[in-house]
Write a protein that binds this ligand. Structure first.
Ligand code: ATP
Ligand code: MG
Length: 393
């Protein structure tokens, strides 16, 4: 038995009322992009489903790619066939013999209103045929096998198996956000969770050469290549952060260095977010994880921006974050040893309850504003794409 089509179900999109058309269109475009290496594949984009016609491509390879495309609730492997009832009896029998279980239920839907039989009538022909020709029993409440038949204008669709999709919304339908990417474990996981919701990300990274080594950029590229499964092209801006960091350590007590440094990072992130038309900033902070992530620290750091700061990991345990990073294949890259601009200047006793006025006073002692605009104009941008072409702009 050969599957020829994958049926894509939208799930949560159903709640989207009049925006639905845009959502479906964007999802269709994202599916096409995700499958761009399979030129034989064609799509039928309909109001209630998208059909991916395999045209000979391997169904498992395609399913594996589609399960990471956000906005898909479920995927079903489908046989498309002639809707003649005798043909349906044969094809459904073949399909159900392929499955394991003791009980079954037939579910029929008919959107082709010209078809001579009603849904109920179809079920009442198909189910007895299965009972006669197999040892299966009917169970309408908890069947082991659900045999679905859909009669459409263009023919009949038969499917027994569905797998869960990534859920969320199609990428690009929820706007764009500037994400702070460090190269650690947390920030790629935070990026994945946002992408899964349909939020498109651009990345900002603070590099402090020669304190941080050039290998960090390779590491970021490798991480982003993994995230390309969820967003096929990702823009990364690298901010030269050395000068500003040296100024901080020259002018501020060590215990305040991290707080002020993070206030600077937020200022940069907001400035770049504005330039790039992003609606919010996001990062991998998790409440209580380190000194700069106590609520008191977060409040003082957050004070520099009015932009919403999205922190998808805020209530997650490190163990659960690690589990996700293993699932999305970023863990092994994240744990490669590297020097981050935070770890280099790691103070012995960072403030867990920094004082806002003190921060403001300290920041007045050096001209950070012009350093920020200088660093922004000296920043470098890379585009990391699915096919690994890096453009330096
Ligand atoms: P991660 O949190 O990704 O494991 P980390 O633990 O080194 O890395 P933290 O000190 O926990 O980072 O910082 C919290 C968040 O701040 C990170 O998740 C990331 O979003 C952001 N961040 C930290 N360092 C950088 C950097 N050099 N460039 C960009 N963002 C950074
Ligand atoms: Mg962290």
């Amino acid at each position: 038995m050969k599957y020829d089509t994958i049926m894509v179900r939208f799930g949560e999109l159903y709640t989207k009322g009049k925006n639905r058309k845009d959502f479906i269109w964007t999802l269709g475009k994202n599916i096409k992009n995700a499958l761009s290496n399979y030129p034989n594949i064609t799509l039928d984009i309909r109001y209630d489903h998208i059909y991916v016609n395999l045209n000979g491509e391997d169904e498992n390879q395609i399913l594996d790619i589609l399960k990471d495309v956000s906005g898909i609730y479920a995927l079903s492997l489908v046989i498309k066939t002639n809707d003649d009832i005798e043909n349906l009896k044969n094809v459904t029998l073949d399909a159900i013999k392929n499955e394991e279980g003791k009980t079954f239920k037939v579910d029929t839907k008919r959107s082709n209103k010209k078809y001579p039989l009603h849904s109920e009538e179809i079920t009442r022909i198909i189910a007895p045929n299965i009972l006669r020709n197999t040892s299966l029993k009917v169970d309408v409440h908890h069947p082991d096998i659900r045999l679905n038949i859909e009669i459409r204008d263009e023919g009949a669709y038969i499917f027994t198996r569905s797998v869960k999709g990534a859920g969320g919304y199609p990428l690009g339908t929820s706007g764009k956000v500037m994400h702070m990417l460090s190269g650690g474990i947390d920030s790629p996981v935070a990026a994945y969770l946002l992408m899964k919701r349909g939020i498109k990300l651009e990345m900002i990274h603070f590099a402090a050469p020669p304190y941080t080594n050039i290998g960090v950029i390779e590491k970021l590229k490798d991480l982003l290549t993994k995230l390309n499964r969820f967003q096929d092209s990702i823009r990364l801006t690298i901010i030269p952060f050395t000068k500003i960091q040296e100024e901080i350590y020259k002018n501020c007590p060590e215990s305040y260095a991290i707080t002020i440094m993070r206030r600077m990072m937020y200022r940069f992130s907001e400035a770049l977010a504005r330039q790039r038309n992003c609606k919010a900033i996001s990062n991998g902070e998790s409440a209580g994880q380190v000194a700069s992530q106590t609520l008191e620290s977060m409040q003082v750091i957050n004070e520099v921006t009015n932009f919403p700061v999205l922190r998808p990991l805020v209530a997650m345990d490190k163990i659960d974050i690690i589990q996700i990073s293993k699932k999305i294949d970023t863990y092994e890259i994240s744990i490669r040893p590297f020097e981050d601009c935070c770890t280099i200047f790691d103070p012995k006793n960072p403030k867990t309850r920094p004082d806002l006025n003190k921060c403001k006073q300290l920041e007045e002692t050096f001209d950070y504003k012009s350093m920020i605009s200088e660093a922004l104009s000296n920043s470098e941008t890379l585009i990391i794409s699915k096919d690994k072409v890096d453009d330096i702009i």
